[in-house]
Design a protein around this ligand. Structure first.
Ligand code: EPU
Length: 419
């Protein structure tokens, strides 16, 4: 298994470019199944989850030419309407392929998706199933697969009882080719939802309201191809900003949209991290003292759960106590045990809340990355720490961050990848 060996304490500085957003790319790729015309997708992040999505598209019969961050996809006809367990087990976003396959062929079979272990038990897909049923699909189930079938999909009104990013996106994609109007209520408002709607609209879809709680989709009979650009990854941008603050470095983050991480910047104002911004860049200035500040994770535009783990590491360097309240996922704070092993002072109140008491010195250890976001947080902790940290199971980090070792090394970090 590949590992990162990180020598802590190096002074970082310089410029780092943000890649295309994982959680936008993983929806734009399956959306290519909705059209039989060629679609070019630019600014694709070259990460493991995107590779898995491309493998799955190929298994479904898509012809794909991949040239660095650009990819051309054509899906004349689908070779099958099954999402094989070998793909579904590897990434949760495999569920995003179900709606487009159903919309295109009237039938789809798929197992329960895998992915990061950050919820209690299997992460649920009840909202997806309910949504597909609302659009007129029929559901049956055996030991291995969910089977959905429909003669045609018909527009419907659906209210999300839990706000779900992928649930909103799955319904949007499926309803694009349904007959009539679909009204989705209590939708997720994340920028990735808006990005997907904008891109589908460029291909002839009629979606309005994305970025608000109510999205209206007027069904169309077909989508065209076209050229699409994946939005910059706001979680990567926020992670690099936290990395700069935590390591007390001056770092300019390019190819990003600072307005998508407004909550983090508003908190930086409160905790004494100085920064400047432009339309597509963000510069974190060298800082000394960090004040503590409590956070509660929330749907957009609140504090993103995907930045909670790096922020928790930042708070180990703040002068005082901060409460981290993770509302979205049941297991996302369990990684703080690793920070404690590195010397952090963290009290777990319950699975959803920890108190971090800073500032503490951290020291290098042999560790395993439990999931993607905890993995990058441990890298930040290792860069602050004294001595060497060895991180195992880095596939979990490569799933979402492209060549993170090389990119951080260009800032002055000392990270070695071993096989
Ligand atoms: N939920 C249900 N039923 C469902 C679906 C979700 O109860 O059918 C619950 C979840 O258990 C969770 C809550 O709804 O408690 C919110 O989860 P959501 O569905 O919004 O999460 P998601 O759509 O599965 C996406 C991102 C996550 C990110 C969340 C929240 C993708 C592929 N994943 O997940 O990204 O944390 O939104 O912003 O877009 C990551 O990148 O590390 C990651 C986990």
């Amino acid at each position: 298994m590949s590992k990162f060996i990180i020598q802590g304490g190096r002074q970082l500085a310089g410029e780092i470019e943000v890649k295309g957003a994982k959680n936008a790319a993983l929806k734009i790729l399956p959306a290519a199944l909705l059209s039989n015309q060629p679609t070019t997708i630019n600014n694709l992040p070259l990460i493991e989850d995107v590779q898995r999505a491309i493998e799955l598209l190929r298994d479904l019969g898509a012809k794909i030419e991949l040239n660095q961050a650009s990819c051309q996809i054509q899906v004349n006809g689908l070779a099958k309407n099954v999402i094989e367990p070998t793909f579904a087990n590897k990434f949760r976003a495999s569920i995003m392929f179900a709606g487009p396959i159903l919309a295109r062929t009237g039938e789809v079979s798929f197992p329960h998706p895998g992915g990061c272990v950050i919820g209690a038990g299997k992460r649920p897909i009840d909202l997806f199933l309910e949504g597909f049923l609302a659009l007129g699909a029929e559901l049956s189930q055996d030991e291995q697969f969910y089977h959905l079938k429909c003669r045609k999909l018909t527009g419907a009104e659906y209210f999300f009882t839990t706000i779900s990013v992928t649930g909103t996106e799955a319904m949007m994609m499926t309803a694009v080719l349904a007959e009539g109007t679909t009204i989705l209520k209590n939708c997720a408002m994340e920028p990735e939802v808006v990005d997907l709607a904008d891109n589908l609209n460029k291909q002839g879809a009629k979606i309005s309201g994305a970025g608000t709680p109510t999205i209206i989709i007027e069904g169309v009979s077909k989508l065209t191809g076209g050229e699409i650009k994946v939005m910059p990854d706001r979680i990567e941008a926020g992670t690099f900003a936290i990395l700069a603050a935590a390591t007390k470095a001056e770092i300019t983050i390019t190819n990003c949209n600072p307005t998508t991480i407004e909550i983090l910047l508003a908190i930086f104002d409160k905790i004494g991290i100085k920064y400047s911004t432009g339309n597509d860049w963000l510069k974190i200035h060298k800082n000394n003292k960090i004040k503590p500040y409590n956070i509660v994770t929330h749907e957009y535009p609140g504090f993103p759960t995907d930045l909670q783990s790096p922020y928790t590491v930042l708070m180990t360097q703040a002068e005082g106590r901060s409460l981290i309240h993770e509302v979205i996922y049941d297991r996302r704070l369990l990684f703080t045990d690793i920070l404690t092993q590195m010397g952090a002072e963290i009290i777990m109140c319950d699975p959803h809340r920890v108190v971090v008491i800073g500032p503490t010195k951290l020291s290098g250890r042999k560790l395993t990355s439990p999931d993607l976001r905890a993995g990058i947080a441990i890298i930040i902790a290792a860069l602050i720490a004294e001595g060497k940290t060895e991180i195992d199971n880095i596939y979990q980090i490569d799933r979402g961050y492209e060549n993170i070792d090389e990119r951080l090394n260009r800032l002055g970090a000392e990270i070695k990848r071993t096989n």
